[in-house]
Each structure stands twice: as structure tokens, then as C-alpha cells.
Write a protein that binds this ligand. Sequence first.
Ligand code: TXA
Ligand code: MG
Length: 345
Amino acid sequence: MLNVTEQSLAMATQLLLDGQVVAFPTETVYGLGAWAFSKSGVARIYEAKGRPSDNPLIVHIAPGADLHSLVSSVPPAASALMQRFWPGPLTLIMPKGPAISPRITGGLDTVAIRMPAHPAAIRLLEVSGLPLVAPSANTSGKPSPTTARHVWEDLQGRIPLILDGGPCGVGLESTVLDLTESRPVILRPGAITQAMLEAVIGPVEVDPAVRRNALLADHVKPKAPGMKYRHYAPKGKLIITDATPEQMRAWLTPAAPQERVGVVATRQYLDKLQPDERQVTAICLGDQDNTEELAAHLFGALRKADQQGLTLIYGQALPAEGLGEALMNRFIKASSQQIWINRRK
Ligand code: TXA
Ligand code: MG
């Protein structure tokens, strides 16, 4: 694990050219990068993560990189979106060019492209001069890593280098937008919201699988293959609920003796809940009025629940608007149950 310096970037470049993988920070989450045109690099990504091979990878490019060598055409809406949101947390699905291997796309004839905004990611892309495929640098099924330490916990001994650029600012993976259908469709919500996209290109749809919001039933086939897997899951049972602190208090005691109970919630919620510290672990996401802060802390909170050995975790349901939609999408995907007791019919 090294800080980002000219030396570590040179080392990373050599590893990537040799068909190795390197973990690096982006503004969303840490990525596990390989040279997009290295067969062994791409194979190593799937191997290190334990990732199903039908789950395609995002190609990351530097500002000024030649997009046309990767895609067969640039959909009209793409130009305006790239202009407005790149570099930044928006991944665009476009028709793939002949240079892109089906091993990257899981056999699809489309390819996902993103230009990350993190200075270290941009430096790595620029110094190496390589397009990099990079999934989140977690083992498959675990919460995405938002610090170099998280990557270390998951992949130590399995990859040669982690570039440490501090905690990720956004903390949730990029928005994935499909531009290959007649209408643009959000396949994965992220920090670039539906409203932000619509302000630039007009009506944008959301894949129904996203809004189904619970674990997907087998017959629901999301267009982003990655969205069908249970993700981000802590080891303990996570229950998302809209219970008020007063209602939740009744659930926290008495717990079965072998149970270790925790609550993941906003500071304001935890202040009202006042969980008995001897029995219940409180994990704070941040200020309820600061959705950016809550989003940035979510994956770290889920990892903390594991570190504390929690067997039962209650998660506070948060408003699913704006960035909150992406936040709740991940929170619910991590959960095994939801309990709604205050919803109006
Ligand atoms: O923020 C991010 O996007 C991070 C950082 C590292 O850049 N990367 C990331 O990659 O989240 P990954 O592999 O964990 O998620 C990629 C998602 C998956 O859900 C995958 O199925 C979808 O994008 N995807 C990739 N290529 C696709 C394609 N051609 N068509 C539809 N979905 C695609
Ligand atoms: Mg991932």
C-alpha cells in the first residue's frame, strides 16, 4: 500500500503493462484496475474479486483520451453529458468498438465508459496512458471499498499494489446510464441523479429493476448484470425500517443473549434513540440534513457492523430523493429484510 507519488505511479504503470492489477482511488469508490487490452490483467480482476464472469467491467479513460477507439459510435446524448459531467461519477453505456474484448463486456455488444474525477485516478490514467477496466476493489458481495484500508481487508495477498489516496468523497459507485436504447435508461443510480441528467438531455427512464428496490426476484432481469447480485451485504442480518426511534427502542431489548445488535442511522436518530451502550452498537452515518455525508459513510458503516461482530443490524430508512435514491438503493440491496410500519397506504 503506497501513497500516490511519481514513483508509485511508475510502479503501477509497469504492473499494468505486465498484465497485473492495481487498486486505486476514484471519487466514488476504490477501483481494481487492469489495462483494458491485457488479457491476463482482465482475467486477474475476475479472479481476485471472485466475480462472476458475466458481470461486465467499466472502462476508465483520462481526459483527452480517444473515445472513438473504444466505441463504434457516440450516441447524440452522450456528447452533451460528457461535456457536462465528465470527469465525474457518470458511466455511459455505448455500442462497443471492435477493440473491446467480450471478456470485458460479459459478451454484450455494448461497453461502459467512465472518466473518473479523482486526481489520483486521472494521474494514473495519464501517466500510464492506458484505458483501465476497474470494478470496485472489494471481494464480490462485500460493500464497495471507500478507503485503501477497506481494499487491504478484502484483497491483501491477492494483488500487488494498492494506491492510497485517502477516503473517497462520494462513497457510492457511479451512475450507470444506458444510451443504446431508444430512450436513455438509468441502470444504477448514483451521484449524478435522474434530475441532473434530465436537465441536460430531457426525459430519462429508470430501469424498473432499480426501483423494485428489494432483492430481485429471479424473473426480473436487470440490464446491468451486476445489479442482480446481492451486494454490499454485511455478515449480520440487516433490517431496513422506517420505525421511529421510539418504536425501535422497544425492539432493542431484550435481545437473545448470543445476539449482538446494532443500529445504523443518522446522528439525530441515534440521539433520540439513545441506545443502551452496553447492549447496542450505534453506527452513525452523519447529519440527517447532509445527504452527501450519509452517502459517503454508508459502505464504511456496513463494514463496521462486521468488525463489531453484529448479528442483527437495524438500518434507518432515509428519504430516497436526489442522492438519497442511490443511497437507499445500496442500503436496501445490502439488507435481508425491510419493515415498513409508518407508510401511508
Ligand atoms: O464508480 C464506479 O463506477 C466504480 C469505480 C471503481 O469507477 N466502479 C464500479 O464497477 O462500480 P463495478 O464493476 O463494481 O460495477 C459496474 C456496473 C455493474 O453493475 C455492471 O453490470 C454494469 O456496471 N455494466 C458494466 N458494463 C455494462 C454494460 N455494457 N451494460 C450494462 N451494464 C454494464
Ligand atoms: Mg462493484
